[in-house]
Design a protein around this ligand. Structure first.
Ligand code: DUT
Ligand code: MG
Length: 157
């Protein structure tokens, strides 16, 4: 199974799940579900309202839309977002995908609910020989954005 879903607590009225814009596009465009204001040099975790169901050997890579930099001077603060299969429905935030955007321009930027902010590309990944990480029951993911760090982590909802 591979699909996008609305995060259960989200009001998705009038919005669409991520979609490709053309027949051969690789990226599923992700939308913001909130109006967002970004001050110069500010990083904002923009909520998409969606989560993604993946096969265990797949991840979703979140890339910028090239137009974002040109129109608004916005970049992905983390370069590329990696959405893990075990992020889906994690206990902290139900798998809600966030896009950390940074405003590198001099002007305040306003984004509106329903605007396309990034694109997700599905891919498979490889493991090293005798990889043991998937054996350990105790390693269930709870949250993202540093949740596996011993110190300071937080999980946006
Ligand atoms: O742009 C992003 C990047 C990550 N995530 C979520 C999904 C991903 O599965 C999780 C963890 O991401 P990553 O491993 O890149 O971050 P980390 O800083 O290592 O956090 P953690 O310790 O929770 O793994 O955070 C997003 O929603 N958007
Ligand atoms: Mg991680």
């Amino acid at each position: 199974m591979r699909r996008f879903e609305w995060v259960p607590s989200i009001d998705s009225t009038g919005l669409q799940l991520p979609k490709r814009q053309t027949a051969h596009a690789a990226g599923y465009d992700l939308f913001t579900i909130s109006d967002v204001i970004l001050s110069p040099r500010q990083v904002v975790l923009v909520p998409t309202g969606v989560r993604v169901r993946l096969q265990p050997d797949e991840c979703l890579l979140v890339y910028a839309r090239s137009s974002l930099a040109l129109k608004y001077q916005l970049m992905l603060a983390n370069g590329v977002g990696v959405i893990d299969a075990d992020y889906y429905a994690n206990a902290a935030n139900a798998g809600h995908i966030f896009v950390p955007l940074v405003n590198i321009g001099e002007q305040e930027v306003e984004l509106h609910r329903g605007e396309r902010i990034a694109q997700g590309v599905f891919t498979k990944f490889l493991l090293v020989d005798e990889d043991s990480s998937s054996d350990r029951e105790s390693e269930a993911r709870i949250g993202g954005f540093g949740s596996t760090d011993a110190r300071s982590s937080f999980s946006p909802r």
